[in-house]
Design a binder for this molecule. Sequence first.
Ligand SMILES: Cc1cc2nc3c(=O)[nH]c(=O)nc-3n(C[C@H](O)[C@H](O)[C@H](O)COP(=O)(O)OP(=O)(O)OC[C@H]3O[C@@H](n4cnc5c(N)ncnc54)[C@H](O)[C@@H]3O)c2cc1C
Length: 352
Amino acid sequence: MRLAVIGAGSIGLAIAWRAAQRGAETTVYDPEPGAGASRVAAGMLAAVTEAQFGEEALLPFMAASADAWPAFAADLERASGIRVGYRDLPTLFVGLEDADRAEVQRQIDIYRSTERNYETVNGRASRKIEPLLSHRTRGGVLVPGDHAVDPRAVHTALLTAAQRAGVAFQGETVEDLESLDADRVVLAAGCGSSRFGLPIRPVRGAVLRLLAQAGQPVPRTTVRGYVQGHPVYIVTRESGEVVIGATSDERGFDRLTGTAGAAHDLLRRAISLVPEIAEYHLDEVTVGFRPAAPDNLPLIGRTDERTIAATGHYRHGIALIPATAESVTALATGEDDTVPKAFDPLRFEESP
Ligand SMILES: Cc1cc2nc3c(=O)[nH]c(=O)nc-3n(C[C@H](O)[C@H](O)[C@H](O)COP(=O)(O)OP(=O)(O)OC[C@H]3O[C@@H](n4cnc5c(N)ncnc54)[C@H](O)[C@@H]3O)c2cc1C
């Protein structure tokens, strides 16, 4: 079977790698692999603290993908020889002020429906778990199973693993699907998927990357929180890189407007929660575009006999790599269709 994958973000590459492992003759098309959201992301694998009201259909798929990550990471590291920075540190989600603490509390109803572990903690207990938290911090929730990975290392490893598995690469922009010489086509072009008629919009997000110097203390949990009504997260890697995210707005594909303001807002919130952050070196301000469908759920499944959509992963495209790769590879190679019906890419089409 000849498979064409459009898009060498982490979703397209993971599908290509897995399909090649199952014997598909696979070609990936992308003029600039990794130019999309995949190398911008913070890398949270947050089946609980990313759960949102209105997105309940996503929860089992997120949970399955989070649970698949440790084995997927180990397999990817073996196949590529590259470490992908999977860390099983817990996530601590706290409020800075009483109103922020109440906002965290409000989310607990949706956390309950994930049927995963979490524990409410008061201010003192949260500072014991994370000594770098500001003494002002009110309590929140401790989530032992919300882990993180390094998305840049994952993307690099997927490129290598796919190449080693025999995947071919064409450095070109695909203009129309008909012209592709393939039996099956997977459309994994992130925000570029809208060109092919899928209802995908770009949701812009800025993140900051900071570096702690040797000897500087870094958080030992992923810290998430509300600061005067606004969310922020802080993800720490083994290397001392600390990622602070993220803004969210919808102004098309503008990478520049408002970036200084975004950096200011994120730093102010992060330093309020973890004052030590003021001492780190600010290394990078990056903007990316999350590919989102009208209902913010992914578009995964057939759009016609030959084409399978694998896009619209919005805020969760790193967390959802293993589950998406597994279910799309099964579809592409003619195995069972295990994709949740809520992700049907044709769900927005009006019935005749
Ligand atoms: C600030 C920010 C923080 C985030 N944090 C997290 C997080 O902590 N956890 C998490 O799970 N997710 C996170 N995300 C979301 C995640 O980054 C995305 O959901 C995911 O990367 C989408 O991957 P993708 O492979 O579908 O798309 P992309 O990575 O955008 O890749 C799409 C690729 O398709 C190519 N392409 C486009 N059009 C064409 C065409 N016509 N022909 C050929 N190639 C084409 C592009 O060049 C690009 O390389 C974050 C996103 C942002 C912006």
